[in-house]
Design a binder for this molecule. Structure first.
Ligand SMILES: Nc1nc2c(c(=O)[nH]1)N[C@H]1C(S)=C(S)[C@@H](COP(=O)(O)O)O[C@H]1N2
Ligand SMILES: [Mo]
Length: 161
């Protein structure tokens, strides 16, 4: 699948890949189902700042973030620059969390970073937070449990002289 658009602001429920990808990509909530899906294990949502238990979350189904990033194309204008790429995951409300290329593609953490569109066998609606990005291997999962994920922005860090 190859959905080419401009890097325009996200419309309702659409996820935009912008910045230093080889091509901008925009994936609507329905289109997420067209990719290979992964079923997550249930987990407890806990806030990092307070350790507060928020709620137990039934199994999510979603597509790996790495699958979508690979479709948008990692930056490769300069040899190896993908290895100094960071990805900002941005909610519709402007909430931002970070991932590194190494973390996503070169550690086990990346295998459980999903863009979820289903929970407990039921489709998630935008009102319920869809699409939800979450990192299933995090110690305290709430910070990187981004509701209403709107954009993934690729930034290539400059080499240090
Ligand atoms: N879009 C978005 N997602 C977010 C946040 C946010 O501010 N915006 N806060 C995170 C943090 S720090 C916590 S503790 C939980 C809070 O989850 P709740 O709103 O379901 O209680 O959401 C996480 N996901
Ligand atoms: Mo939090």
């Amino acid at each position: 699948m190859n959905t080419l658009t401009t890097a325009s602001p996200a419309v309702d429920g659409a996820l935009v890949f912008s910045g230093r990808f080889q091509q901008p990509l925009r994936v609507g909530l329905d289109r997420l189902r067209e990719y290979e899906s992964v079923l997550a294990t249930p987990f407890d949502l806990r806030c990092y700042t307070s350790n507060r238990f928020i709620r137990s979350v039934a199994p999510y189904r979603g597509v790996r973030l790495t699958t979508l990033i690979t479709e948008a194309g990692l930056p490769n204008a300069v040899q190896g620059e993908f290895k100094r790429t960071v990805f900002l995951a941005i909610g519709q409300d402007g909430y931002v969390v970070t991932f590194s290329w190494h973390e996503l593609f070169n550690t086990p953490v990346g295998e459980s970073v999903l863009v979820a569109y289903e929970c407990d066998g039921r489709p998630l609606s935008p009102a319920e937070g869809a699409p939800i990005l979450f990192s299933g291997a995090d110690i305290l999962p709430a910070p990187r449990h981004v509701k209403r994920l709107a954009r993934i922005e690729a930034q290539v860090l400059a080499p240090l002289a």
